[in-house]
Design a protein around this ligand. Structure first.
Ligand code: ASP
Length: 354
């Protein structure tokens, strides 16, 4: 992967109040029109032309751009590894990080980074836009300005929000609790099972009771090994046994997310239960995640989840699918199957309620 780097001091001639590293990956945010009126990715070095008010923030901005910005539908674990490595290398020297990313897979990348950056002590704020920055009504400007303000916010020398978050449409959400829920309106993200960490109005109101504290002694542990041998089995009325068996027979499969109904319920037809049981017997980790965006999996509450509990399906509590996918990939890559099985239902980065 190729990157370009520029440093922009928005404080000159004064000295900057803080240092923020912006990583520009692509997405709608950075689109502008060429001379023929076609949307193309803009050169981030020219950000001050699009957003002169940035100067009022008085920050030193290091900008690392993907040489070829991408639509976030093309995001791969290799991009997560690159982002986590850049953040880890710059963790000591910057007050915070802003990652500009397409909205489509932003919740996956933010979730992945929350597991890859253990002991994070600085804000990593993801943002993007529903309308390109070149559009007069674009949401890009507000999203970026406030994300920068949050990324550099400190009290008594310590970061106010030392976690991976998504800032979008006046709300700051925990990254590994977030989902993209809207593709036309500006309020693209929601975290149904966790309150916003801040709301931006006339001032930014932080919800301190819900912001994670830095647990470690400040040393950041980078975890970049990823094993993507996982799958998702989403249940629907009428799902065929052959679909279920085909997913569970995926080559090299190590873990599967069973996307269930309501509080973790599934149909009780024997072919489903026996296919899952056989998979669990072969050592495949099966995690129960609800298709609902609010509430939690409680296996055994209804008859329709009692069998899942009996055969050893692991309840995923109130984790999002995005968090479960990325957590499994990191745990399998870094720790292997037996610890992934043990750790998947524990909160590692505030992604589930225990
Ligand atoms: N398809 C775009 C992306 O995710 C949408 C966006 O940026 O909002 O890259």
């Amino acid at each position: 992967m190729q990157f370009k780097q520029v440093v922009i001091n928005t404080a000159l001639p004064q000295s900057p109040k803080g240092r923020v590293l912006i990583i520009y990956t692509g997405g709608t945010f950075g689109m502008t029109y060429d001379q023929d009126g076609v949307l193309i990715p803009f050169d981030f070095a020219l950000i001050l032309e699009h957003l002169p008010t940035l100067r009022n923030l008085a920050l030193e901005l290091t900008v690392i751009s993907f040489e070829n910005p991408i639509d976030s539908s093309n995001i791969e674990p290799a991009h997560w590894q690159a982002l986590a490595t850049i953040i880890s290398k710059n963790h000591e020297t910057h007050d915070g990080f802003v990652v500009l990313h397409g909205t489509d897979t932003m919740a996956y990348t933010a979730s992945a980074l929350s597991f890859m950056l253990e002991g994070l002590a600085k804000p990593v704020i993801f943002t993007g836009a529903q309308l390109p920055i070149a559009e007069p009504r674009s949401d890009a400007r507000e999203n970026l300005i406030t994300a920068l303000e949050i990324a550099s916010a400190k009290k008594d020398g310590k970061a106010l929000v030392p976690e991976v978050c998504i800032y979008f449409d006046y709300e700051l959400l925990r990254g590994n609790r977030s989902k993209k829920v809207e593709s036309m309106q500006f309020d693209a993200f929601d975290s149904g099972n966790y309150p916003p960490l801040a709301k931006a109005g006339v001032k930014i109101d932080y919800n301190f009771a819900y912001i994670r504290e830095v647990k470690s002694n400040g040393a950041l542990k980078l975890r970049t090994k990823i094993d993507a041998n996982i799958s998702i089995l989403k249940l629907f009325p009428g799902i065929s046994t052959s679909t279920i068996e085909a997913i569970l027979a995926t080559k090299n499969l190590k873990a599967v997310i069973l996307e269930t109904y309501g509080s973790g319920n599934a149909p009780t037809f024997p072919a489903l239960i026996s296919a899952l049981e056989a998979a669990i017997d072969r050592g495949i980790i099966v995690v129960n995640i609800s298709q609902c965006s609010g509430g939690m999996v409680t296996q055994g509450r209804y008859e329709t989840s009692r069998e899942l509990l009996r055969i050893g399906v692991i309840g995923g509590a109130d984790m999002t699918t995005e968090a479960a996918v990325t957590k499994l990939m990191v745990l399998l890559g870094e720790n292997g199957e037996s610890s992934a099985r043990e750790l998947i239902a524990r909160s590692l980065a505030g992604e589930l309620t225990v």
